[in-house]
Design a protein around this ligand. Structure first.
Ligand code: F6P
Length: 341
């Protein structure tokens, strides 16, 4: 069998572990051939690829990023790939294509699959917002990085009697903010799923100070936004995907809390630090299992599906179910955290 593999969309710790696992299972387990397309679907369309042997994936398990490179791609070019599916399959002699990516990549994978490409998807995103899988690799690493940041910020906040506002990633889903906020014991957590009242945060900080706790940490997802009228509000800019992006909720919230509380507040934007560097052991294991199962699925002819974690098992889920809607934080998970505003 000849298997093509590619990584598309934003990078994520654990991508290399999947590539390595696909190559090992395919070459050693089945005697297959594997080629890696460079920079996502661009490599597939433009003919940029290289054969992957055991040596080419040696030493990459713990490495962040992706050895194949990654890129986001405009819809028009993806349509071009779908329209030329049969020719592309023929050109590379592909028996299976394994695209590893987030919601956009899996939607593209579905387009290709509907057009006749034998596709097995592998979900990835630090945001953990893909439906039909309990978890994605990369998420545990991002939560670990953000938790460590919150732990560290508490000691400096306490020394200076300050409010720290930590902005973590998560444009549409607040999983990173929720879990790092819980693990780090943030006193306030703000999620995209629920507009927050700035007054409630002000009251929380005042209450802490009144009982002798002279600092506070608020963990805010980048996609969180204040309830209408609760904070001077500018409109966000519309990005190329049609999403409204707010220039730095972390910055704006810190300024507003400082103004209302009369106490020093500082913003900390973690940004891409959460996406870079070595994956945690959990993410390496999940990524490795996804790679192994993707190759097995290809051999069974289980196409149009993606690998998914259900409980502790790896199962296959239809790409259609995975891309139908984003998996956001439900109300009952917010209650458990206690400090979601
Ligand atoms: O989808 C993962 C993610 O990390 C989001 O949380 C974040 O908003 C986005 O990617 C950032 O993307 P880029 O690297 O293209 O700015």
């Amino acid at each position: 069998m000849r298997i093509g593999v590619l990584t598309a969309g934003g990078d994520c710790p654990g991508l290399n572990a999947v590539i390595r696992s696909v190559v090992h299972r395919a070459l050693v387990g089945h005697g297959d051939e594997v080629i890696g397309f460079e920079d996502g679907f661009k490599g597939l369309l433009d003919g940029h690829y290289r054969p992957l042997d055991i040596n080419s994936v040696s030493g990459i398990l713990a490495r962040g990023g992706t050895i194949l490179g990654s890129a986001r791609m405009e819809r028009a070019r993806l349509r071009e790939a779908a329209d030329n599916c049969a020719a592309l399959k023929e050109r590379y002699g592909l028996d299976a294509l394994i695209p590893i990516g987030g919601e956009g990549t899996l939607t593209a994978a579905r387009m290709l699959s509907d057009a006749g490409m034998p596709v097995v998807g592998v979900p990835k995103t630090i945001d953990n917002d893909i439906s039909a899988t309990d978890r994605t690799f990369g998420f545990d690493t991002a939560v670990t990085v953000a938790t460590e940041a919150i732990d560290r910020l508490k000691t400096t906040a306490e020394s200076h009697q300050r409010v720290m506002v930590v902005e973590v990633m998560g444009r549409h889903a607040g999983w990173i903010a929720l879990e790092s906020g819980m693990a780090g014991g943030a006193h306030g957590i703000c999620l995209p799923e629920r507009p927050f009242e700035v007054d409630d945060l002000v009251k929380m900080v005042e209450e802490r100070f009144s009982r002798g706790k002279k600092f506070a940490v608020v963990c805010v997802a980048e996609g969180a936004h204040p309830a209408e009228g609760s904070m001077p509000y500018e409109k966000g800019a519309i990005d190329q995907y049609g999403h409204e992006r707010f220039a730095g909720i972390g910055n704006r919230l810190a300024v507003e809390l400082e103004r209302r509380l009369g106490k020093e507040a500082r913003p900390v934007i973690l940004g891409h630090v959460q996406r870079g560097g070595v994956p945690t052991a959990y993410d390496r294991v999940l990524a490795t299992r996804f790679g192994w199962h993707a190759v097995e699925a290809a051999h069974r002819g289980d196409f149009g599906q993606m690998t998914a974690l259900r409980g502790t098992d790896i199962v296959m889920a239809p790409l259609a179910a995975a891309t139908a809607e984003l998996k956001t934080v439900p109300e009952n998970r917010m209650y458990e955290a206690e400090s979601v505003f």
